[in-house]
Write a protein that binds this ligand. Structure first.
Ligand code: HEC
Length: 545
């Protein structure tokens, strides 16, 4: 028995598989990871390097991750290409995407040197990293720093690079990439149907592209079929993490796409972060602390963006909103309203603008006592607002009345004509006329093509935009199915992603490294007439806090 086990272990260790790391390798791996990600040497001292023009880089600023990214797949910024430095890219005979440059007879084709050089070995790699030239003798551009690394550190780094992203992330089979969309309890059945309808059609469209076969261009690497799994959650939010983990254990997925939920999305985000699973643009109200991780992306911060923009505008003091008085916020019963009011209070704390928080239930009768130079902010749901209209049919004579659009239902906010005349609404969506044009162009023909009825077009448009963004990102992976690489595509290439996001309801798509909300500002609007739902901007520009 003992002999058999030793035999097995021997085979296992000897196989050279990266899973078979011995103790020394595990130590190298940890030390190499610290160099790559943090710029920390095995001795505990900071990593140092010089740039071509002589400047010095120290510690985290010198860390490889700054340029070559977490996945190790690098980046392309205009003409500057930061090459992949994963194990397969450096030591493999071919690049991981099976790239083969096209050559026309008689043409002198100069490819990027990292695509044509021979595989590195540990010694040529060390020279490259220390002296800044590749194994065919070509000097690297000044973008690639020259590193001071002793042999132990170099060994650790090489072990780490060898381990970097050699395989696919979970959720990818030989032929199929699996995705999930999550639906929390108590969503409207119509919304569920609308979202799933769009996702199914988008996935079918992708499959259709597949059956046309590879386009002949070796670089279009996304040749897998996609499969959508609908993960429906039940019961209280505390139990969702467990349910998601069970779903994921049964069928791992490469990413989560879109999704439908109410306000309690945090457990889903927590799961995405723990599972290192990209979760792209769900139809939800993000929690107040959402987006702090790496893997969860949203279209908008929603209510919290409204609070930040209100604070910015009120603190400015030069606007028509508040010149000299105080801010009084009337806060409804919902947790979200109270949270938003706290945020506004905090954001104004250092501005010198006095803020008072009044409770709807206790204080609504005090509104008539507000001074003409005060500003009133309403954090109320439609039901609460309708109740207030009954009780206080005429607005106070304040300088301004700011209304949370997200809580009150945007243009449909149940305001009396007299209130409507003075109200300024936070409007996080794109201007109605422009939005309608985009729906006309990018959503409605698409729905028609797939026989889908028009439902909540914001929901349908956002879902389609999320799915388009996924398609665009997946295509760019060129067959390198790494979750981190997908995240890097989404956050680093807003211009590539911009068109894909065209059917979304928000003003514009922009993201950058570390950013997790694509929509950065809101409009302040007022009602064009006292009884209609038509709105016009108070000022034309998007206000970014
Ligand atoms: C400031 C950005 C930056 C940082 C930081 C950086 N690199 Fe690079 N690296 C580059 C660029 C740009 C190139 C391509 C140079 C060229 O081909 O002219 C490159 C090329 C390389 C190559 C050659 C790849 C090939 O296929 O020939 C290796 C290996 C490499 N880097 C390793 C590292 C390691 C290891 C670190 C961290 C210790 C690191 N780089 C940090 C920008 C960077």
């Amino acid at each position: 028995m003992k002999v058999a086990i030793w035999f097995l272990v021997g085979v296992w260790v000897g196989s050279g598989d990266s899973a078979a790391l011995d103790m020394a390798d595990a130590q190298h791996l940890a030390a190499g990871r610290a160099i790559y990600h943090e710029g920390r040497l095995p001795s505990g001292r900071p990593l140092t390097a010089t740039r071509g023009e002589g400047s010095r880089l120290v510690g985290a600023a010198a860390a490889c991750v700054q340029c070559h990214q977490r996945s190790g797949m690098g980046l392309a910024e205009g003409a500057n290409v930061i090459p992949p430095i994963t194990g397969p890219a450096l030591f493999g005979a071919r690049l991981p995407d099976g790239y083969a440059p096209r050559r026309a007879p008689g043409m002198d084709f100069r490819d990027y040197p990292f695509r044509t050089r021979a595989p590195y070995n540990e010694s040529t790699l060390a020279q490259a990293i220390r002296n800044g030239h590749s194994n065919d003798g070509r000097r690297f551009s000044i973008l690639m720093p020259r590193y001071t690394l002793d042999d132990a550190a170099m060994k650790a780094l090489a072990v780490y690079l060898r381990s970097l992203s050699p395989q696919r992330s979970p959720g990818v089979d030989e032929r199929v990439v699996h995705f999930a969309t999550v639906i929390t309890p108590r969503v409207e059945p119509g919304d569920r149907e609308a979202m799933i309808g769009v996702l199914n059609a988008c996935f079918a469209e992708h499959a259709l592209d597949q059956t046309k076969g590879p386009s002949g261009n070796a670089e279009s690497g996304d040749r897998q079929f996609w499969k959508l799994h609908v993960w429906t959650l039940v019961g209280p939010p505390q139990s969702w993490h467990r349910q998601l983990a069970d779903y994921h254990a049964r069928q791992p997925v490469f990413a989560m796409i879109s999704g439908l939920g109410g306000e309690a999305w945090s457990p889903v985000e927590a799961f995405c972060e723990r599972a290192e699973l990209p979760c792209l643009f769900p139809n939800v109200q993000p929690a107040a602390d959402a987006g702090a991780g790496r893997y969860s992306f949203y279209f908008s911060r929603g209510l919290w963006l409204e609070a930040a923009v209100f604070a910015r505008q009120l603190a400015a003091r030069d606007s028509t909103l508040l010149r000299s008085g105080r801010v009084v916020q009337l806060v409804g019963r919902s947790d979200r309203a109270q949270r938003a009011a706290e945020m506004l209070t905090r954001a104004l704390a250092d501005s010198g603008v006095p803020v008072e928080t009044w409770r709807l239930d206790n204080d609504q009768d005090r509104l008539s006592g507000l001074a003409a130079n005060d500003a009133l902010v309403l954090w109320l749901t439609p039901t609460e607002l309708a109740g207030l209209m009954q009780r206080v049919p005429l607005p106070p004579r304040t300088e301004s009345v700011l209304v949370s659009g997200i809580l009150s239902g945007m243009q449909a906010a149940p305001l009396n004509p007299a209130w409507r005349k003075v109200a300024v609404l936070a409007y996080g969506f794109d201007a109605p006329a422009r939005w309608d044009q985009r729906m006309q162009r990018y959503l409605r023909p698409w729905l028609k093509k797939y026989g889908l009825a028009r439902a909540d077009e914001r929901l349908q448009g956002n879902t389609l935009a999320a799915c388009n963004l996924l398609s665009e990102g997946m295509l760019r992976l060129r067959g390198n199915y790494l979750r981190d690489y997908l995240v890097e595509w989404v956050e680093n290439y807003p211009e590539t992603m911009g068109l894909a996001s065209a059917p979304q309801a928000y003003p514009r798509f922009s993201l950058g490294p570390g950013q997790r909300f694509s929509s950065k500002g809101i409009y302040m609007v007022r009602f064009a007439d006292a009884d209609g739902q038509r709105i016009e901007p108070l000022q034309d520009a998007l206000i970014v806090p």
